[in-house]
Design a protein around this ligand. Structure first.
Ligand SMILES: *Cc1c(COP(=O)(O)O)cnc(C)c1O
Length: 378
């Protein structure tokens, strides 16, 4: 018998209660019943984003909301500064390129976090920039960026701060309004415990002035149409009826647990993973790690891809390997969303077993033992 677990940094495991919502008979999307679903979702997402602005629901994975952010705030030949902090930072640059922006690439070594000082310098060099695009929790490296400090810098300029909070929503306390970020995007399949297929976007008041004036071509992702329809809790086109109900359920579950408790749980899980990996002689990639996933350097001579396949195919426990130039070099343990402390022991145990099978020498059982202590010792 093999039971499957996903400790991946997206998609993540989904509670049965949420999955069952998708099995319910459809309701039509132009009904008061569906509007009520959207209204409740809107409330829950505002809490997760830390904003009083409306958060819109987009049918499409996280990248759809990223594309909406660029298409709605940038016009051709606008300067867009993109922080290439990893695979997802690069996506900002590719999108800005696709929308014919004048892209200023800021190459960051993978694993490092973009700083307010770097933001300050970039904006001095490029005061004409209309947007600065950054990644809060860079899922390809596991590094976290201090958005609050960067927003302090952009708030003093005319440059909008666009933030990918796709793996920080529901994991870290995100405060769009308090921080002064201009556009934030999220996705369903990471910390929100919902299958892939939905993304979210919100914009500040000053971003809205830009959105109204922007001249980039847009149709399906036009936020002006989203805003118009959302005023009556509708979506411009056929709404994602089943996924929306799943999301409503997940948001109810999150409210019941309490957001503070959720952030605390993620911090505890993250701490246990980091410490237990260090305890068996492994090194973490990021200097300032996010709480939704942990990127670990594979031991000398071991291909992280092999560890990933072995764990998945032989023990039923899926983690992720490295992307881009880190392929084979790191493994990434996702611990966001529907993951309990008990679940984490399964994961750490499987990592130890995989490393043992691949010939890594360490004190077998010590990572599990430390995890157990950090999570449960009185
Ligand atoms: C998952 C993810 C995305 C979106 O990817 P999709 O495959 O389009 O959902 C974007 N940014 C980050 C940081 C992510 O983790």
């Amino acid at each position: 018998m093999k039971k499957n677990y996903m400790f991946t940094p997206g998609p993540t495991m989904v509670p049965a209660e949420v999955l069952l919502e998708e099995a319910q008979p459809l309701i039509h999307h132009r009904t008061p019943q569906f509007s009520e679903v959207l209204r409740e979702i809107g409330e829950g997402l505002k809490e997760l984003f830390g904003t009083s602005e409306d958060v819109y629901l987009i049918t499409g994975s996280g990248t759809a909301a990223m594309e909406a952010a660029v298409a709605n705030t940038c016009s051709p030949n606008d300067t867009a500064i993109c922080v290439k902090s990893g695979k997802f930072g690069e996506r900002w640059a590719e999108l800005a390129e696709a929308y014919r922006c004048n892209v200023v690439n800021f190459d960051l070594e993978w694993g490092k976090s973009f700083t307010a000082d770097q933001a300050e310098k970039l904006l001095q060099q490029h005061p004409e920039a209309s947007v600065l695009c950054v990644t809060h929790s860079e899922t390809s490296t596991g590094a976290l960026t201090d958005i609050e400090r960067i927003a302090k810098v952009t708030s003093r300029t005319d440059t909008l701060l666009i933030v990918d909070t796709i793996t920080s929503i529901g994991v870290h306390a995100v405060e769009m309004d308090k921080w002064g970020a201009d556009v934030m995007v999220g996705g369903s399949q990471k910390g929100c415990m919902v299958p892939p297929g939905l993304s979210f976007i919100a914009a500040s008041q000053r971003a809205w002035s830009t959105i109204e004036a922007a001249t980039s071509p847009r149709y399906y992702l036009d936020m002006r149409a989203m805003r118009k329809k959302w005023s009556e809790f509708q979506t411009p086109y056929t709404g994602p009826v089943s996924l929306a109900r799943a999301l409503r359920k997940a948001l109810h579950m999150m409210r019941a647990e309490g957001l503070e408790n959720i952030y605390e749980r993620h911090a505890r899980l993250a701490e246990a993973v980091r410490e237990s990996m260090k305890a068996i002689g492994l090194e973490l990639l990021p200097e300032n790690p996010a709480n939704g996933l942990t990127s670990v350097l594979a031991p000398e001579g071991i291909d992280s891809g092999e560890l990933v396949s072995k764990m998945r195919d032989e023990y039923g426990v899926t983690i992720a390997g490295g992307q881009g130039h880190l392929k084979g070099k790191i493994f990434r343990i996702g611990h966001m969303g529907y993951i309990s402390k008990e679940d984490l022991l399964v994961c750490i145990s499987a990592v130890e077993r995989g490393l043992q099978d691949l010939g890594y020498a360490f004190e077998f059982g010590s990572a599990v033992s430390l995890t157990q202590k950090l999570l449960f010792e009185k």
